[in-house]
Design a protein. Structure first.
Length: 153
């Protein structure tokens, strides 16, 4: 009788339904930590698509100066990405648009999508996506930003 109880318990465990897979978000709206953790990009609706601006930057020292863009302006609040179209992808929507390098002002075409873990993947490229590089951004969960665009350590 004891063996039967153990067998039923094992079979019950094996027949448990699989854990639910989290659905991909339907939009990239939110705060995203860049791959190196050096900044947070805040994505919000704009026009018919989405725009992302630098919302916070991690400083090595509290008194470090704000990084400047290619025009000598502070990078804080600089819009660095904009989507122009949307299509279906393997893990949810894929947005096409442009991404700006704030250091030199060069814009590149890009694709924005979610990976299986609901991280945001930005693929900047030249001519075609095959000739590009991807970077993965994670959702920012650190709370409020410090004054003057500083990212808490």
């Amino acid at each position: 009788m004891k063996r039967l109880g153990i067998a039923i318990a094992l079979l019950s465990f094996c027949w448990m339904p699989p854990a639910a897979v989290a659905a991909s978000p339907s939009t990239p709206v939110g705060d995203w930590v860049t791959a190196g953790g050096g900044s947070v990009i805040q994505i919000a609706p704009c026009g018919d698509g989405y725009c992302g601006e630098i919302a916070a930057i991690r400083f090595d020292h509290p008194n470090d100066p704000m990084p400047l863009d290619w025009q000598g302006q502070p990078q804080c609040d600089l819009t660095i990405l904009q989507t122009t179209s949307e299509r279906a992808g393997d893990n949810g929507p894929v947005w096409q648009g442009v991404v700006l390098d704030p250091r030199n002002g060069v814009s590149h075409p890009m694709l924005l999508s979610f990976d299986a873990s609901n991280n945001l993947v930005l693929r900047g490229y030249l001519l075609i996506p095959l000739l590009g590089q991807s970077t993965t951004w994670t959702a920012y969960t650190g709370g409020k930003f410090l004054p003057n665009c500083h990212l808490p350590r």
